[in-house]
Design a protein around this ligand. Structure first.
Ligand code: NDP
Length: 279
């Protein structure tokens, strides 16, 4: 799928009609308080319109403060948060959503995700998200770290197809079968740890493509996400990198170079396998 994004504010239309920016800022492991506030403020000032947080990141309050103080209208921003594993189950998820809104200081979020498919719980958790969506408390609902079999379970239970599946996705973990499944079902894939958590950006293929396109390895990888039709949320706390990571709309990787990046794949995860996690 060729990226249609030509600008940082460009959006992809999710399966319920809601528009989500192709590129946003991730804030995992960004300290609550001034650090997260400054990162979010820098991103928004530089044209980002999407921020990805989670209850477990412990920085929803700072994200919300920076959003409210940004001077950009709420409806122009796209805020994602996630229900943490300890809160999963039907009633507890409904409560967790209200607690996230409270911390964020917002009336709604744009996208609410089931963070991990907790065994014995994720099916009930998804039903709670469907309830929140039906009650118009949230603009779109989706999941994170769901394999094909998890997705099949929740779709079978409810008939409601998640708008998004946010998963680990980068040149070392290209997830082709999952991407094909999501595309077929109308689930937008979103890349977490798109920059491999800052590792392996010195891979020779990435370095040589960076030279070829006069870009940085990080920009090459982010562009590869977009041209794969994958929404992406690179994290940085440094304004120069926040700008760098968004400066990916003025070039296009050739089909051959897309394949060269695909070939880096080692099915290597920096995070846990959704079939085998203990948190
Ligand atoms: P990323 O792959 O985005 O990499 C972030 C790291 O790369 C940081 O160390 C950052 O350092 C560095 N970096 C950023 N930009 C550049 C650049 N241009 N050149 C070189 N290094 C760079 O990692 P994350 O794991 O944070 O993933 C992104 C987001 O995905 C998270 O913040 C979170 O929102 C989401 N996520 C979701 C998960 C889930 O389970 N749903 C799991 C993990 C992440 P510095 O800050 O110093 O610039």
């Amino acid at each position: 799928m060729t990226a249609i994004a030509t600008h940082l504010a460009d959006t992809v239309t999710l399966n319920n009609g809601v528009k989500m920016p192709w590129l946003g800022l991730g804030v995992w492991r960004v300290e609550e308080g001034p650090t997260v506030e400054q990162s979010v403020a820098a991103a928004i000032a530089n044209g980002y319109r999407s921020i990805d947080t989670a209850a477990v990141y412990g920085n929803e309050a700072g994200v919300g403060k920076a959003v409210r103080e940004s001077g950009v209208k709420r409806e122009e921003l796209f805020i994602t948060t996630k229900v943490w594993n300890a809160d999963q189950g039907y009633d507890s998820t409904l409560r967790a959503y209200e607690a996230s809104l409270e911390r964020l200081g917002l009336d709604y979020v744009d996208l609410y995700l089931v963070h991990w498919p907790v065994k014995g719980k994720y099916r009930e958790t998804w039903k709670a998200l469907v309830k929140l969506y039906e009650d118009k408390r949230v603009r779109a609902i989706g999941v994170s770290n769901h394999h094909i079999h998890h997705l099949n379970d929740i779709i079978e239970d409810t008939g409601v197809v998640p708008a998004v599946n946010q998963v680990e996705f980068h040149p070392l973990l290209t997830q082709k079968p999952l991407l094909a499944y999501c595309n077929e079902k109308g689930i937008r894939m979103e890349a977490w740890s798109p920059l491999m958590q800052g590792n392996n950006l010195d891979h020779p293929t990435l370095v040589s493509l960076a030279q070829k396109y006069n870009k940085t390895p990080a920009q090459i990888v982010i562009r590869w996400d977009l041209q794969n039709g994958v929404v992406t949320i690179p994290k940085s706390t440094k304004e120069a990198r926040i700008k760098e990571n968004a400066n990916v709309f003025d070039f296009e990787l050739s089909a051959e170079d897309m394949q060269a990046i695909d070939a880096i794949n080692e099915n290597r995860r920096f995070g846990s396998d959704p079939d085998n996690f203990n948190f």
